[in-house]
Design a protein around this ligand. Sequence first.
Ligand SMILES: C[S@@+](CC[C@H](N)C(=O)[O-])C[C@H]1O[C@@H](n2cnc3c(N)ncnc32)[C@H](O)[C@@H]1O
Length: 250
Amino acid sequence: METFNNGQLSYLLQPLRPPPTLSPRCVIRPHPLIMLSEKPNEIISFLHKLKPPANLLKQAPPSIMSMREFILYSRTGRTDARFDTLKEAGRLDVVYQCILMSIFMSHALRRDVTFHAILGGPPAPPLELVVDGVTLRDVHVDERTWEDLIRNALSGKSHPGIQIRKNSLQQLVKEKSNIFVLEESGESIKTIDLGENPVFVLGDQVGLPKKDEEFILRYGKKVSIGSRAYLASSCIGIINYILDQRESFD
Ligand SMILES: C[S@@+](CC[C@H](N)C(=O)[O-])C[C@H]1O[C@@H](n2cnc3c(N)ncnc32)[C@H](O)[C@@H]1O
């Protein structure tokens, strides 16, 4: 059982079972509210409704929530807001599809995921687009919504949970730990130890540039979800599913 205080409210977090992993299954009792759930997303949505919200979970002890991160390298993704469609913007539609599979569930957002895309297209590469599942608000699943959100972010407008910053793939990787490069020829995801809070790096429709892949492999390992080449977005969906299964049946 754990407690934490966000400055205004105290929370009592009581694992329903002895936690073999960093699972967020908890009973949460900020008086007078009581919430009982085994579903991490329900708990996290509940916490967000309590306010003060945005960085609440970041203040929580790390044992409350296991995080996942996806980093997509979009070699042609446009780095300004001058485009008509995501597809014409150096295949930003691939970035949108990856955001969808990273963050969205049925009627819920994955609060335990952060998605990053490194945009390598003209006119100002490299830029990092970050979509933070913890703080993301007011979004829908359709492509038009994300076309507007990405265009606005690239024009410097702010939206909760969406951020643009100057950053390269190599610099971003140096900021992370527990890194896995997704590649067909890697070690099977069935046998590899993913540890805590894994970070997965994926190539776009073309794949990762060789020199970046070699650099990242100094910090991480190759992991495969099978011998067939899947869409980057499918890989993210499959990994989310595999990690969900592990959390559900641990
Ligand atoms: C559409 S694939 C790129 C295909 C590209 N022709 C290539 O050879 O890299 C996009 C990314 O998804 C990931 N990927 C696709 N299939 C995979 C698999 N079976 N196992 C692991 N990662 C995979 C890789 O990171 C790849 O760079």
